[in-house]
Design a protein around this ligand. Structure first.
Ligand SMILES: Cc1cc2nc3c(=O)[nH]c(=O)nc-3n(C[C@H](O)[C@H](O)[C@H](O)COP(=O)(O)O)c2cc1C
Length: 257
C-alpha cells in the first residue's frame, strides 16, 4: 500500500532550527499543520497519515489529533513521549494512556509507539491501548525479528544482513552504516559481555564488508566460546544448538549468548 506520512515527531535541534517535526506540535502552529495536511490530502492520490508526539500540555494531544483527522489524516501514529526534551528523546516510559484515549475518541486507525522492548511488550501494548498497530524504532535496530516473536543469534543475523549488503549493486552500500547495523545487532544481546569493547574496536577498524564478515564468523565466535562459522553458515532460524530461538525479555536474551 502507498501513502504519504507527515512527520511531526522529529525532536532534533535541526528540526527546531528548521521549524518542522515535533516543533510544529504547539497550538500556535496547528493552523499551519492543518493546511499542510489538507493541502496534501487534496494534492496527492494516496492517503495522508501523520506521526505525532505528545503535545505540551499533554491534554492538547487529543484535540490536536482530532484536528488532524478533520484536515484529512487517514490515521495517526502517536509516539507517546513529549517532544520537548531533545536530550532524552526516547528515554523514559511512554504515556500509553494517551494512545488509548486517541483510540477511544478518533474515528481513524491509531498506531501506538513507545515502550516496546520485547514481543511480549507488543502484545501488552495492543491489549492496553486497543490500537490498530504498533510502531517500533529502537528495538528493531537490535532485533529485526521482533515482530516474528523471535530473537535470532546476533552473529547469524549480522551475517544474514551482510549477505543482503553483498547482493546490493557495487558502491551502493554505505560501509559505516552497515557497521552501525551490525553493532546494534551484537550490542543488543551482548552489551554486558566482557569482549564487547574489543568487538566494537575491531568492528570500527574494518575497512570492507568482507572484513566485518570475517570478524563475526571467526573472532567474535571465538570470544563467545563458539566454533568459527564457515562462509555459508547463515541460518537465522536456529541457534548453534539447533533449537529455534525465541525470547520475550532481556533475561532470556542474556541466557542465549
Ligand atoms: C535511528 C532512528 C531514527 C529516527 N528518526 C525519526 C524521525 O526522523 N522522525 C520521527 O518522528 N521519529 C524518528 N525516530 C523515532 C521513532 O520513530 C520512534 O518514534 C521512537 O524511537 C520511539 O519508539 P521506540 O521506543 O520503539 O524506539 C527515530 C528513531 C530511531 C531509532
Amino acid at each position: 500500500m502507498r501513502w504519504s506520512d507527515l512527520n511531526l515527531g522529529c525532536p532534533l535541534t535541526s528540526a527546531r532550527d528548521g521549524h518542522y517535526g515535533a516543533y510544529l506540535l504547539g497550538q500556535k502552529d496547528w493552523p499551519l499543520v492543518e493546511n499542510i495536511v489538507s493541502g496534501l490530502t487534496h494534492a496527492l492520490p494516496v492517503p495522508i497519515s501523520t506521526k505525532i508526539r505528545l503535545c505540551n500540555p499533554v491534554k492538547h494531544t487529543l484535540p490536536f489529533a482530532e484536528r488532524l483527522v478533520l484536515a484529512g489524516s487517514s490515521w495517526i501514529a502517536l509516539h507517546a513521549r513529549s517532544g520537548a526534551s531533545t536530550r532524552k528523546r526516547r528515554h523514559g516510559p511512554a504515556n500509553l494512556s494517551q494512545v488509548k484515549l486517541l483510540k477511544e475518541c478518533l474515528q481513524v486507525p491509531v498506531i501506538s509507539n513507545g515502550n516496546v522492548r520485547t514481543y511480549g511488550d507488543v502484545l501488552q501494548n495492543l491489549e492496553f491501548t486497543r490500537a490498530d498497530g504498533v510502531m517500533v524504532g529502537e528495538t528493531l535496530l537490535g532485533n529485526p525479528c521482533l515482530f516474528a516473536g523471535a530473537t535470532p543469534d546476533p552473529v547469524q543475523i549480522s551475517l544474514e544482513y551482510l549477505e543482503i549488503c553483498k547482493q546490493c549493486p557495487e558502491g551502493s552500500v554505505d560501509l559505516e552504516a552497515a557497521k552501525k547495523h551490525v553493532k546494534h545487532f551484537v550490542d543488543f544481546q551482548c552489551s554486558r559481555r566482557t569482549w564487547i569493547s574489543k568487538f566494537i574496536r575491531a568492528l570500527t577498524a574494518c575497512r570492507t564488508i568482507e572484513e566485518v564478515d570475517k570478524l563475526l564468523r571467526v573472532k567474535t565466535q571465538r570470544w563467545r566460546g563458539k566454533s568459527p562459522l564457515p562462509r555459508d553458515a547463515v541460518d537465522v532460524e536456529e541457534d548453534s544448538e539447533g533449537e529455534k530461538i525465541s525470547g520475550d525479555g532481556y533475561d532470556d536474551l542474556a541466557l542465549l549468548v
